[in-house]
Design a protein around this ligand. Sequence first.
Ligand code: HEM
Length: 475
Amino acid sequence: MHWINFPLLTIMIWSGLRIYWADTRDPYGFGIGLIGWHWFDFLPDAVNETLGLDRKLARGMAFHFTFGWFFALNGIAYGIYLWRTGLWRRLAPGRKALGDALIVVAHDLYLGRLIKRPLPEQGQYNAAQRITYALVLLMGLVALLTGFAIYKPTGLGLLTTLFGGYEVARTIHFFVTIGFIAFFVIHVLQVARSGWRNFYSMVTGFEKVDDPTTALPAEVGAVPDASVDLATYGGRTRRSVLTGVVAAAGAAFGWRWVQNRPLSNRIPDVLRQGHEFNEALWRPLSANRTAPTFARSASSMMRVNGRIGLESPIRLEGWQMTVLGPDGSELGTHTLDDIRALPKVEFTAEHKCVEGWSHIVTWGGARFSDLAALYADELSSGASSERPSDFVSLETPDGEYYVGIDIESMLNPQMLLAYELQGEPLTEEHGAPLRLATPNKYGIKCLKRIGTVQFTNDQPTDYWFERGYDWYAQL
Ligand code: HEM
């Protein structure tokens, strides 16, 4: 199982870095409060280009959220395996481990003579290795938990809160990745230093000897399992290496297989199915939940991130929103005054972008559910007696930007037809006169400048879905 951990970890790091690269404007607060300027790029473009990791965010997310499950399941299986076989004892650092580890590190750095302490006796793994391996296992768990905390900050709100909120969880998630990369690099350097024998015992758990019948467990002087005949160790080391080769070949083959699958809206079809699996799983958990809200004082003006659908000149004074029924017939039109006449709602919440950044903002507007209620009679023959239709499709007046949203999410009390941001009327670039705002979906669903709203029973298409993103995009 630990052979499978590595390819999965590599996929998670690789896809995670694609997400990270989508927005390197936020350097995790490095420099903030010092000079208030982005002075540190953890992975500058030069590294990105050298490794051939382009900025395909949608593909990165699709890989991340599909393979996240394999990573989770394999991690759980590995934990059970370590526990059941008692192998965790070989990895768990003892009480003296920290002191011993410092001595080992000093010897590794050729400072042994200086500290005048001999290398402590070691089992299969020395104290520094035990601490590192235990840390890596812990990091895997933290990556998993913070991953889910930022994947579903509304659906799994409690987990996100336990980590100190979305931004803290996201920062921990990223630093764990840096930890994994550091582990890989140091490991490779150590292997280069210690040679093939050490690498062999490190990955197989057995010392490499020339005569297999005399092979000893690498834990010199302490046979971990007395029932195992020593003569079989030679065979086991070979089997273990063979398993590794098969696992690596399988991973490479699987990787190519996924990459070469037919595309479904710009991502391999199996990854699209991964998105659909996640949607089916999370929908019952998250569509009706409300996202955490904050004090108004925590909010500030949000940056503008994209102008699709806002380019065509329109006369804002004459703006009207058209509402269509499932058969395409016009049910009504609304001016901004009509929307303002509906009960006003204001809340402060975190707006989250697929690029990885978030911002706490205060929205003001009318609940979409109050607009839908105006059409209750016309739509009463809809999908069921409790809801007007299965989906809602919204479009900008020029038709350039369009989103499709499930009706449960549209009727969520935090789904706003927003006309105010930070207590001020929306500016043109933020989607004046009326936009969609919800903290429960990624910002790609918060259509600016609504032109048409259609209730429909067929799942509508969506601008970013067509470009490889998750149709549901629920948080
Ligand atoms: C060892 C495993 C993992 C590694 C190394 C990893 C790494 C990363 C990295 C580097 C990022 C980009 C950080 C940023 O730009 O802020 C990221 C983002 C993310 N990861 Fe992971 N991750 C792992 C596992 C998971 C798991 C199991 C999940 C759960 C589904 C998950 C969910 C997420 C989410 C939701 C994002 C942010 C996406 C966005 O905001 O656009 N990760 N991950």
